[in-house]
Design a protein around this ligand. Structure first.
Ligand SMILES: Cc1cc2nc3c(=O)[nH]c(=O)nc-3n(C[C@H](O)[C@H](O)[C@H](O)COP(=O)(O)OP(=O)(O)OC[C@H]3O[C@@H](n4cnc5c(N)ncnc54)[C@H](O)[C@@H]3O)c2cc1C
Length: 439
């Protein structure tokens, strides 16, 4: 329900400039001109709200999930791009000085060079910006460099659009609309200040220190953090946090990781981290006592309050991390519901904490199905990939109907399994998933 309210609120905000323009009392222009202005205003409103969507506000992401929030962010950016690109070509009236008999500019469009040139600047920057975001992986920059360029680019485009909208737009010059655009741009600015200044200031006052770094599997580490002079983090099993190790709290060098510890186990926070790129491949060398900052908790991969009679966990590789946090918490709470974990890897050496998985099987009663795509000789577990056939061979009709399915792993695995479960009649509200990539 709150997701629906959030969507309605979003629509109300981005449509507000159109509504104020429609009820401004100005005499209507030809439909083409009104449509063109509407497209431009809608694009700008969407762009300004993008600052809030990407600002990691828990009031947004806790309701719909961080990956859904980021997907919306990407989808809406593309929508704004299309609207903005078409907007100048939709006008039918001529660019001219206002006629003396037409003070409300029904018949002409402004030809003021300053206000048009800020629009042209945004028109050129916006597609470049979106294309560079879509093709981020192919750019020769670190993620943090890209993120900085992304933020600066968004500010430049929004600044140009604000100038263009209030100076060239027929409606933008009305006091009510000018105030609204200033307020929306101000909110976008406040989001930036919150993300890059206020939040780091808060994080700096609640530092953590690394207490242990332990090898958990091939190229996978578990790192433990202790709160340094504060009560720690209140989180739910399965959530994640942005982790910043050995940098200033204001650094852009922070990465999202699922929390693999159980909140009921104490103040220690644990993260299972797989070596992948420049930061994660150094994780095994982090020394105890290193200072860290934790921005969280985020995410909605939580089973707290769920009443399903059983829970199936489906993990691929390091996707085990949030599921392990949930299983650890269930063990602490002596949750009596049946649980089943399907855990896939390429090789046996990649299986994380094999002894603890055995302990979960005996103490929590979790049925553990290990799957290897490159099994060693004599392997007695399942082989191949976690796919539709495997899922169908494990779950029976009552589980498919009643259980909760919680999954995390490579995108391809999640899509295949999700499709298979839905095809077998599992209601989508009984499927929870977390993606480790936002694109
Ligand atoms: C919600 C979530 C939970 C995650 N949980 C885990 C986990 O428990 N264990 C684990 O090993 N991995 C997890 N990841 C993936 C992890 O964040 C990346 O592997 C890590 O950030 C890579 O950083 P790098 O510097 O080593 O590699 P890079 O080469 O710098 O980055 C590789 C890719 O990781 C992603 N990435 C890097 N930095 C960020 C960032 N600041 N914000 C968002 N994405 C970023 C980008 O897609 C990038 O292309 C999770 C990701 C997300 C989104």
């Amino acid at each position: 329900m709150s997701a629906v309210l959030l969507s309605l609120f979003y629509l109300a905000v981005v449509l507000l400039p159109l509504a104020l323009s429609a009820f401004s009392g100005l005499p209507p222009r030809p439909f083409r001109d009104e449509f063109a202005s509407g497209a431009g205003m809608l694009a700008f409103a969407i762009i300004l709200v993008e600052f809030v969507l990407s600002g990691r506000f828990r009031s947004v992401s806790a309701k719909i999930g961080m990956d859904v929030t980021m997907r919306f962010h990407q989808l809406l950016a593309r929508t704004a791009l299309v609207l903005a690109m078409f907007h100048p070509f939709l006008y039918g009236s001529e660019f001219n000085l206002p006629y003396p008999f037409d003070p409300t500019r029904q018949l002409t469009l402004t030809r003021d060079i300053a206000s048009l040139s800020s629009g042209v600047l945004a028109f050129v920057l916006l597609p470049a910006f979106v294309i560079l975001s879509i093709g981020r992986d192919s750019l020769p920059y670190k993620y943090e460099t890209w993120r900085l360029m992304h933020g600066l680019g968004a500010v430049a485009i929004s600044g140009a659009l604000l100038h263009h909208t209030v100076s060239a737009g027929r409606y933008g010059q009305l006091p009510a609309l000018e105030t609204l655009w200033t307020v929306l741009a101000g909110l976008a600015g406040v989001s930036l200040i919150y993300v890059y200044l206020l939040k780091p200031m808060m994080l700096a006052r609640a530092p953590w220190r690394v207490s242990r770094v332990q090898k958990a599997g091939e190229r996978t580490w578990e790192i433990d953090l202790e709160p340094d002079g504060h009560p720690g983090l209140r989180y739910k099993a399965g959530q994640f946090a942005w982790l910043n190790i050995a940098n200033s709290a204001f650094s852009l060098r922070e990465n999202p990781f699922s929390i693999s510890s159980a909140p009921g186990a104490g103040k220690t926070l644990s993260f299972l981290i797989k070596e992948l790129g420049d930061f994660t491949s150094t994780i095994g060398q982090v020394a105890p006592e290193t200072r860290a900052y934790v921005d969280g908790p985020h995410g909605s991969l939580v089973v707290t309050g769920r009443k399903e009679p059983g829970i199936a966990f489906i993990a691929g590789g390091v996707g085990l991390a949030p599921l392990l946090g949930i299983l650890r918490q269930m063990r602490l709470e002596r949750d009596g519901r049946p649980t089943l974990l399907i855990y896939g890897n390429r090789k046996a050496e990649q299986i994380v904490h094999p002894q603890e998985l055995e302990a979960l099987a005996t103490e929590l009663g979790t049925e553990i199905v290990l799957v290897l795509s490159e099994p060693p000789e004599g392997w007695s577990g399942r082989t191949g990939m976690i796919d539709a056939a495997l899922v169908e061979s494990i779950f029976r009709e009552p589980e498919m109907r009643d259980w909760l399915f919680v999954m995390c792993g490579p995108g391809e695995m999640m899509e295949t399994v999700e499709d298979a479960l839905i095809a077998k009649g599992v209601p989508t509200r009984q499927i929870l998933s977390e993606r480790f990539r936002y694109d």
